[in-house]
Design a protein around this ligand. Structure first.
Ligand code: SF4
Length: 303
């Protein structure tokens, strides 16, 4: 697509199907959302698109490839370049303007079950490892955004067929992890992650959550890999990761100065360097204090 999207799909703006809604509620009851209290708010709105945007008829799910051409290993793949919220939002607004669409666009900015809608509209399939959405030809390294449109569509898409036994089941989503998935293969061996439970991803034990969203000290003994901002291990463990194609999108490439950082440079990172290095980057979510906390922990608890 001209605006850089890897795929898009259309779904009727109906309430989220009962079995998926029930699993989401269960996941919240178990406290697996940890400190992400915004997930506890507006639960009904998250499950009923018409409560979020009255009069919504169509949900368009859009995916954009973020796989960078090179990477700084200390930072998760998705955060190598510019903040995806800004990039996707501006492209989606452009799309709405070009096509005279009425409605609203969201990129992690409202109570929307984005992976559900990507699955429901046929944009991709759930991966069994980590419950990502994998787009055929691009793999699971995609950002998702949604348009909530007031117009009806002439045609709606269906979920894609898949060989996965979990196809069509939200058990494979990040919130709703399926059973027998605690151990999964990685190219270099076996990944065992205690955050992956039969009832979903327990954010309280997830390195990605802890190093990005969590405020306060990291748990004693938490073992980080080569990455101290986020964690790509379950993403890389998906068979579909082999489909990931480096994007030509300039916004998602790391800067030369980020690439040049070595493990020995990070502990001495000053606030001024941090501001320059991560200008316009999603890494700023952790703030300087949070990033330095991660770096200190990483230096002493590196796998
Ligand atoms: S992101 Fe890392 S810590 Fe979190 S579930 Fe995946 S492998 Fe486990």
């Amino acid at each position: 697509m001209r605006l850089g999207f890897a795929n898009c799909g259309l779904a009727k703006a109906e309430p989220v199907a009962d079995r998926f809604a029930a699993r989401f509620r269960r996941w919240l009851e178990l406290d697996y959302c940890a400190g992400m209290d915004y997930l506890r708010r507006n639960v009904e709105m998250r499950l009923r698109p018409d409560l979020l945007v009255p009069g919504v008829k169509t949900i368009v799910s859009l995916a954009m490839n973020f796989m960078p051409q090179s990477r700084q290993p200390a930072i998760s793949l998705y955060a190598q370049g510019q903040d995806y919220h800004d990039v996707l939002r501006s492209r989606m607004r452009q799309l709405m303007q070009d096509m005279s669409l009425e409605g609203r666009c969201f990129v992690d900015s409202a109570p929307v079950l984005e992976r559900y809608w990507a699955w429901r509209s046929g944009v991709g399939v759930f991966t069994q490892e980590g419950g990502f959405i994998s787009v055929p030809g691009y793999g699971p390294t995609v950002f998702l955004g949604e348009l909530f449109l007031l117009q009806e569509a002439d045609h709606y898409d269906s979920p894609r067929p898949s060989k996965s036994p979990l196809e069509g089941d939200f058990a494979s989503s990040p919130f709703f992890k399926g059973e027998s998935e605690r151990v999964r293969r990685e190219p270099e061996g076996v990944l065992v992650c205690p955050a992956l439970t039969p009832d979903g991803l327990d954010a309280r034990r997830c390195i990605s959550y802890l190093t990005i969203e969590h405020r306060g000290p990291l748990p004693d003994g938490l073992r980080l890999g080569p990455t101290f901002y986020g964690c790509d291990r379950c993403l890389r463990a998906t068979p579909q990761f082999a489909e990931a194609q480096p994007t030509t999108e300039p916004a998602f490439q790391p800067s030369p100065s980020l690439l040049a950082m070595t493990p020995d440079d990070w502990p001495a990172l000053t606030e001024e360097q941090y501001r320059l290095l991560f200008k316009g980057s999603a890494v700023k979510r952790a703030k300087y204090e949070g990033l330095m906390r991660n770096i200190r922990h990483w230096k002493t608890n590196h796998l």
